[in-house]
Design a binder for this molecule. Structure first.
Ligand SMILES: *[C@@H]1O[C@H](CO)[C@@H](O)[C@H](O)[C@H]1NC(C)=O
Ligand SMILES: *[C@@H]1O[C@H](CO)[C@@H](O)[C@H](O)[C@H]1NC(C)=O
Ligand SMILES: *[C@@H]1O[C@H](CO)[C@@H](O)[C@H](O)[C@H]1NC(C)=O
Length: 295
């Protein structure tokens, strides 16, 4: 499991977050637009429903959890990877890269999902530019293996290698752009990839194929690059699930009302309540919180 932050919950950002959660990663999705952020939960539920009906998902659960957060720092503070997917506007991306690279860990990889902007220009004011890279997911992200990688002027070989390993463990294939036009898949090409993906899922489960568990299996934990420290921090899923989803330092010890999700510590819940923010899971407005005492 990798801790992933996705910035921007437009059409692509939500799908990237969903795809990462499908593969078992912990995802924090950030947007400053609360209306857009509050709509994420329903969109993800729709995607799950659809994937289930297509045979891409066994039941309505992704293995990884998605947390929707309205403060950038909360989203990226402990991230191993940041996928930026906000509007394709240079000044906006430049500002975001400056802020993100100041508050995420120093070796966290920060990738921009730009269609046409220059990577080197986007990261102009970023710190530790060697961990920045262009990475473009193709719509609708789920079941599309191709991901376009574009190194910027500062991108290191180690960054490319880490990105390659993490994405290949999710069945993705990196490609470099050839020519000046970005690759956009046609409806038929998407359909082909979907069929291939369903075929692979069936094959992996053998002849007695039944949707017995969440697909795919989380076989990727062991073989990931040196840049990321899974084993120490995240290998124990149940431990990870006990930490507050926002600060990740303290234990989850309170229920948010009225939704009754237990995802934060009391301090972070107070801070959400004070600024009239929503539950990180379902974005329901918080009216009060109930402290829980673990035995
Ligand atoms: C916020 O998101 C909503 C829903 O996506 C959109 O309609 C609205 O225009 C956005 N507001 C701003 C200020 O961008
Ligand atoms: C989905 O599948 C998993 C694994 O088999 C199971 O633990 C979980 O309870 C299922 N969830 C639902 C809603 O059926
Ligand atoms: C994972 O967490 C559980 C529950 O606290 C604990 O019993 C188990 O020993 C842990 N496993 C590892 C490998 O740390």
């Amino acid at each position: 499991m990798v801790c992933i932050a996705v910035l921007g919950c437009g059409l692509l950002g939500v799908k990237i977050a969903g795809e990462m959660a499908y593969h078992g990663h912990k995802v924090k999705l950030y947007d400053s637009n609360l209306t857009a952020l509050n709509a994420v939960y329903d969109k993800i539920e729709e995607d799950k429903e659809w994937m289930k009906s297509e045979g891409l998902l066994s039941n309505n659960t992704f293995i990884g959890q998605i947390y929707c957060l309205s403060r950038l720092e909360d989203a990226v503070k402990h991230a191993d990877f940041v996928f930026e997917a906000v509007v394709d506007d240079l000044p906006i991306k430049q500002d975001l890269f400056e802020r993100v690279t100041q508050c995420c860990p120093p070796n966290c990889i920060v990738a921009t999902n730009t269609l046409r902007l220059d990577i080197t220009a986007i990261v102009e004011r970023a710190t530790n530019k060697e961990r920045t890279v262009g990475l473009r997911f193709l719509y609708p992200v789920y079941y599309i293996p191709e991901v376009e990688i574009t190194p910027g002027g500062f991108t290191s070989g180690k960054t490319i290698e880490t990105v390659r390993q993490v994405l290949e463990n999710m069945g993705k294939t990196l490609f470099f752009r050839s020519g000046s036009e970005p690759l956009v898949l046609s409806e038929e090409q998407r359909e082909e990839r979907k069929k291939a993906c369903i075929g692979r899922l069936k094959e992996n489960c053998g002849v007695d194929y039944v949707f017995s568990g969440n697909l795919p299996e989380l076989g990727h934990r062991a073989s990931i690059g040196s840049g990321i420290n899974y084993d120490q921090t995240n290998s124990n899923m149940s431990d990870a699930d006990r930490d507050c989803a926002i600060c990740m330092d303290r234990t989850r010890d309170c229920l948010l009302c009225p939704c009754h999700h237990m995802v934060t510590c009391t301090e972070c819940a107070k801070s959400l309540l004070n600024r009239r923010d929503g539950c990180p899971i379902c974005r329901t407005d918080i009216t009060e919180m109930i402290r829980v005492y673990h035995s």
